[in-house]
Design a protein around this ligand. Structure first.
Ligand code: ATP
Ligand code: MG
Length: 335
């Protein structure tokens, strides 16, 4: 049945398990919006391979980890279509046509791509596929006629690039696509436990939704705080301090957060107490997610069925879009 609801397209790279940054940046919105929208969640294995092409096994293994994380946070496969990017070759086809509509200069001006090239240490050897991934992402979004894309702040340049491609395509060939809007989460960009401005799978600074209580404790107790504070009697800085940012986001006891803030600034509380209190609240938050995940772990048959059905449904939509594309681009040779 064709749904009349507006469509969401969002997704993750199968490069690791999902973390707290994903939760506040995008997952929370997905769970909230899955009733109101016809939501498609893509497991972007093609994109993951652009910087992990020498490690296909890693990408393969993480596909199921993502599905487990989705189920654990409450993404419901009866409402949300979960699909695997590489199993929809029409996306690759559309990407090829989009490559004509973007200049090399424009691609390399993308601030997120620039940051990632630096971070991954490509130097002068940037894989062409990696530099072009925002174009393939434009194909991901538009092939499903998505109007809304829940993403973290680092992905905003990708949505801008997508909108530019849509405008150019529609102008040149005819109105086929919708210009999508980005929707950033509660927290645009959650910092890492090492103080990096972004928690990221490839940065090794994550608290995963699936971390055990012991792992969580170890990570929280080793978190980066105010580097200039040597003794617990020194006045500390809460702004930009990841421990306090996490308290603001994950500690529902606002009076406790306020008290810790005040005492930290006055040099009246040690890092250990602030971190122990954060651990308790994070553990309260993660416990039900961990438990729900465990219900599905090892149930490969269920996970495969979700992926297969979602991918088949999504492929039907992609094929329809490509028919329109072929027609307006005058390459529908045999009808
Ligand atoms: P990788 O390091 O492999 O790129 P990642 O942690 O950046 O992994 P992605 O799969 O690239 O995760 O991103 C999936 C979605 O989660 C994107 O919309 C991204 O913006 C969002 N996201 C990722 N990290 C954060 C974060 N720290 N804060 C907010 N949103 C985030
Ligand atoms: Mg990323």
């Amino acid at each position: 049945m064709i749904s009349m609801k507006k469509r969401i397209l969002t997704g993750d790279r199968p490069t690791g398990r999902l973390h707290l940054g994903h939760y506040v940046g995008s997952l929370q919105n997905r769970v909230k919006l899955q009733d109101e929208y016809d939501q498609f969640v893509m497991i972007a294995d093609v994109q993951a391979l652009t910087d992990n092409f020498e490690d296909p096994q890693k990408v393969r293994e993480n596909v199921k980890e993502l599905v487990l994380d989705y189920l654990a946070v409450g993404i419901d496969p009866s409402k949300t279509t979960i699909l695997i990017q590489s199993m929809i070759p029409e996306i690759a086809e559309l990407t090829v046509f989009y490559l004509n509509l973007v200049t090399l200069e424009r691609v390399l001006r993308n601030p997120t791509v620039k940051d990632e090239i630096k971070q991954k240490g490509f130097g002068q050897n940037i894989p062409a596929g990696f530099a072009m991934y925002p174009i393939s992402q434009a194909a991901d979004i538009t092939i499903f006629n998505a109007s809304l894309v829940p993403v973290g702040e680092d992905q905003l340049p990708m949505i801008e690039q997508t909108r530019e491609i849509v405008r150019k395509f529609n102008l040149l060939y005819g109105e086929v696509f919708i210009e999508p809007e980005a929707l950033v989460g509660n927290v645009k960009r959650l910092p890492g436990i090492d103080g990096n401005t972004k928690m990221g799978k490839s940065l090794g600074n994550c608290i995963y939704l699936s971390d055990s209580e012991e792992e969580l404790k170890k990570k929280v107790m080793s978190m980066y705080t105010d580097p200039n504070r040597i003794h617990s009697t020194d006045p500390g800085k809460v702004e930009g301090n990841p421990v306090f940012i996490y308290h603001d986001v994950f500690n529902p006891d606002k009076a406790e957060v306020e008290d810790l803030n005040k005492r930290y600034k006055e040099g009246k509380v040690g890092d250990v107490e602030v971190k122990e209190k954060l651990f308790i609240k994070l553990n309260d938050f993660l416990k039900p997610i961990r438990e729900k995940r465990r219900e599905f772990e090892g149930k490969d048959e269920i996970l495969d069925k979700i992926l297969k059905e979602g991918t088949e449904k999504a492929r039907g939509v992609a094929k329809e879009t490509m028919q329109k594309v072929r027609s307006v681009m005058k390459i529908d040779y045999f009808g």
